[in-house]
Write a protein that binds this ligand. Structure first.
Ligand SMILES: Cc1ncc(COP(=O)(O)O)c(C=O)c1O
Length: 480
């Protein structure tokens, strides 16, 4: 091989490709071998890059997929950088680095699960029958699992009656059951602008379909609320306060003890969306006066997707959201009245619940304090570094570290999706851009058009990953 040739090697998701081109960019030889991952076809981009490189004197600096500087995101898992000097090296790879993806999107879902969760789901997949649908060992296995897990979750969330822990597919389903099952025609509800669409949309629906009145506690530019607004907004037909424990956008946490006291003093239901906090921050229903607690299993709980629940404190009557088979009382034309069957029509996600159960064990064994401390230390390290980078604007209230491990930011006026893509494609860092299903929060922060890039840290993240993210933000902010 002489200097008129260029060599490019791209280790991508589906395959490793090696391409040799001549000085005109014509592909002379190509080798393709599967690597077992999945990705995009990169041949066109390789060819273009090689053509350019070869024109510059057969120096092939790197061969990318066409996404950016050096990146080959494979199935959002890995970025490979290859730099190869064709001249005199006969196609030998001089530099090859592999970066595992840095996953900083834990507020969306935790992607690394504890090994015990993986094991529990795997074992459950071949050992569970259908609960309440038989008396054989398979069905009984599931009965036992559900009984144990309800008990565990009741203790975990301070729910006085374990039979009032209802399994759902996620917190969205739990919120729909809680909101639609307790708020009736003509009622008034107080909520906040921090809410996720999983709270807002069921409420808007009731506003439309049942004439329910809604009042919103507003937030300032740091996403903070004024607690006296809850009292100020109460009216004779107020039925409930429905709010999140923490904003999924800013990470600001609300004082639920304070809200619980207001609700109790006025005889209101307190429906809490603990999606962002369950698993990483203690939530105790009885102590905080929470009537209905909605949680999801796949975020800080570190359980599988498709799990979650609704915990009901005391004698709250919740109408079923869906009705159907329960395996018991089959001759009734209506859904059985007893909890949890009343709210659990259809086969439950036993396999996922097995994982959720193991996840609760993992949190108990690790210690929620230790989990929270680690996540907050990472969050703080990141925040304290990025907040002083020119052009970076961070959203939220960081005056206290009693918060969720989330940092949302923007860089200059660049669209958040562009920054998010650059992080993913050029640095292998997974974050989330856009509106985060929190439209009113974005409006309050003035970020409706731009969105924001959310970095959210989890128990399995490391300080090194945070440092890489800081450098990536610095790099992108310095680009223009
Ligand atoms: C505050 C909040 N509420 C509700 C949800 C909905 O969670 P799920 O999709 O698990 O139902 C989310 C998820 O992002 C959230 O952050």
């Amino acid at each position: 091989m002489d200097e008129r040739y260029g060599v490019g090697i791209d280790i991508g998701s589906t395959c490793a490709k090696t391409v040799v081109v001549d000085g005109d960019g014509r592909i002379l030889w190509r080798d393709l071998r599967p690597t077992g991952w999945s990705s995009v076809d990169t041949a066109g981009a390789i060819r273009r890059d090689l053509t350019e490189a070869v024109k510059d004197g057969a120096l092939v600096r790197f061969v990318a997929t066409g996404y950016g500087r050096v990146s080959v995101p494979f199935a959002h898992r890995c970025v490979t950088e290859i730099s190869c000097h064709a001249r005199g090296a006969a196609g030998q790879i001089l530099l090859m680095k592999e970066y595992p993806m840095i996953y900083l999107d834990n507020a969306a879902t935790t992607m690394t699960k504890p090994a015990c969760v993986v094991r529990a789901v795997t074992e459950a997949l071949t050992s569970l029958g259908n609960t309440s649908r038989g008396a054989h060992e398979g069905a009984l296995n599931t009965n036992r699992l559900l009984y144990r897990t309800r008990k565990k979750l009741a203790d975990f969330f301070g729910c006085p009656r374990s039979e009032q822990v209802v399994f759902t597919n996620n917190s969205t389903e739990a919120l729909n059951i809680a909101i639609c099952g307790t708020i009736h025609r003509g009622d008034h509800v107080i909520t906040t602008v921090l809410e996720h669409n999983s709270v807002l949309r069921p409420l808007y629906r009731l506003e439309k379909e049942r004439g329910v009145q809604l009042s919103f506690v507003q937030a300032d530019r740091l996403g903070r609320i004024n607690y006296s607004d809850f009292e100020r907004l109460i009216q004779p037909n107020t039925r409930a306060i429905v709010c999140t424990h923490a904003s999924n956008l800013t990470g600001n946490m609300l004082d639920i003890d304070r809200i619980g006291k207001i609700a109790a003093a006025h005889g209101l239901l307190f429906i809490l969306d603990a999606s962002q906090t369950a698993g990483a921050t203690p939530v105790h229903m009885a102590k905080s006066g929470i009537s209905l607690l909605c949680f999801t299993g796949h975020k800080s709980m570190m359980g599988p997707q498709g799990t979650g629940g609704l915990c009901i404190n005391g004698d709250v009557e919740v109408d079923p959201f869906k009705v159907g088979g329960t395996g018991v009382q089959s001759y009734l034309t209506e859904q059985p009245r007893e909890y949890p069957t009343r709210l659990e029509a259809g086969t439950l996600n036993g396999h996922g619940i097995a994982g959720l159960s193991a996840a609760v064990d993992f949190i108990a064994a690790t210690g929620m304090d230790a989990i929270h401390a680690h996540e907050i230390a990472l969050c703080r390290r990141f925040y304290e570094a990025v907040v002083s980078i020119p052009k970076v604007r961070v959203y939220g209230d960081f005056s206290s570290w009693n918060r969720c491990p989330v940092v949302a930011l923007n860089i200059g006026e660049t669209d958040s999706a562009v920054v998010c893509d650059a992080l993913a494609c050029d640095y292998g860092i997974a974050t989330r851009a856009g509106a985060h299903c929190a439209p009113l929060m974005h409006r309050a922060l003035g970020t409706e058009a731009q969105g924001a890039v959310r970095f959210s840290f989890g128990y399995f993240n490391t300080a090194e990953e945070v440092d890489a993210a800081i450098e990536a933000v610095r790099d992108i902010a310095g680009r223009n």
